[in-house]
Ligand binder design. Structure first.
Ligand code: FAD
Length: 322
């Protein structure tokens, strides 16, 4: 996978926030309002903990009930009203020690002076049998990166959220057929995305499908599923997996930051990690209390620390342009 280099002349953002749940979107709201050029990179509205929550009634000032996705949307809209930008992309790799820091997604590279990590704790520990062995040999987590390798082939997508649906729709540009294997009866995706998926002529939907194994010797040859009381193997050349679990999402960090027990991120009182200018907020942190309002509050404290970090740098740096 070629992740490319920073294109010459691309002006770094002041702040890049990875993850647009309550923690990341609130951090962006505050940094944008402070006049900092802010970009949030998020892989999908319903890919985070709050985005998947059907009903929320305990967020202060929002009596509800309303869906978690609607609450996230409102926080994002408020951030956008102050100038924050949002892109839908999955972060795959970062260089946190560079100047500027760089963040690579499936769609491009995003440079920034400061980075806020707000990716939550919906990562997986359990894998589908065969998934790890065939990773990179037909198993993938990124349709934008790997979709073109499956031109004219049949592929399977495993998942049910916005990210899974968007990736499946991307794959229809290359694959002859996309078998969409949802663990639930209904999709957990935005209605408009769900409708686009259901209406797509190249997509076959399998609600409540249990994926038993990714099969193949050297490469993926099929996916074995239980569906409607029957076990069967669908012959496919690729399997794209977007299932969720409950561990901190830090896979893209590639050991650049120390982690605590269970892979959670460690920060100081201002939510800064051991790397200056790199902050972390919300459920990705080592903390037992996982609530939307706590995540949002982290975002506020971190945003102020980001502002202090950036203004400190400006004072320290001579202006060579004069
Ligand atoms: C089922 C359930 C019910 C809950 N109910 C309540 C409740 O009633 N009240 C309450 O206060 N709290 C509730 N919580 C907890 C609350 O949802 C979390 O504490 C809160 O959402 C954490 O916010 P966050 O921003 O840290 O993470 P998340 O909300 O998980 O957001 C993380 C974001 O990061 C993005 N992301 C992840 N990886 C990447 C990547 N590689 N690239 C780009 N983007 C990425 C995701 O798309 C997501 O938008 C519930 C949680 C669950 C799971």
């Amino acid at each position: 996978m070629d992740l490319g280099f920073l294109p010459a002349g691309l002006e770094p953002y002041d702040v890049l926030v990875i993850g647009g749940g309550p923690a990341g979107a609130t951090a962006a709201l505050y940094t944008a309002r402070a006049g900092l050029r802010t970009l949030v990179v998020d892989k999908g509205l319903t890919a985070g903990a709050l985005g998947t929550t059907a009903k929320i009634v305990n967020y202060p000032g929002v009596p509800g009930p309303l869906s978690g996705a609607e609450l996230v949307r409102r926080i994002r809209d408020q951030a956008v009203s102050f100038g924050a930008e949002f892109v839908t992309d999955k972060v795959l790799r970062v260089d946190l020690r560079g100047d500027p820091k760089q963040v690579w997604g499936g769609e491009g590279v995003y440079p920034a002076q400061a980075v806020v990590i707000a990716t939550g704790a919906m990562g997986r520990t359990r894998r589908i049998p065969g998934e790890e062995r065939l990773l990179g040999r037909g198993v993938s987590y990124c349709a934008t990166c790997d979709g073109p390798f499956f031109q004219g082939q049949e592929v399977a997508v495993v998942g049910n959220n916005d990210e899974a649906v968007e990736e499946a729709l991307t794959l229809t540009r290359f694959a002859s057929r996309v078998h969409f294997l949802s663990p639930t009866a209904d999709l957990r995706a935005s209605p408009e995305l769900g409708e686009a998926l259901a209406a797509h002529p190249q997509v076959t939907l399998y609600p409540t499908a249990r994926v038993r194994e990714v099969v193949g010797q050297e490469r993926v040859e099929g996916v074995r599923i239980s569906h409607q009381g029957e076990e069967r193997t669908i012959p496919v050349g690729g399997v794209f997996v977007y299932l969720q679990g409950n561990i901190p999402v830090t896979d893209f960090l590639d050991d650049q930051l120390p982690v605590g027990q269970g892979g959670c991120l460690l920060v100081d009182d201002s939510f800064q990690t051991v790397i200056p200018g790199v902050f972390a907020v919300g459920d990705v942190l080592c903390r037992h209390l996982k609530q939307a309002v706590v995540a949002a509050a982290d975002g506020v404290v971190a945003a102020m620390a980001v502002d202090r970090y950036l203004s400190g740098r400006k004072k320290l740096r001579p202006d060579w342009s004069r």
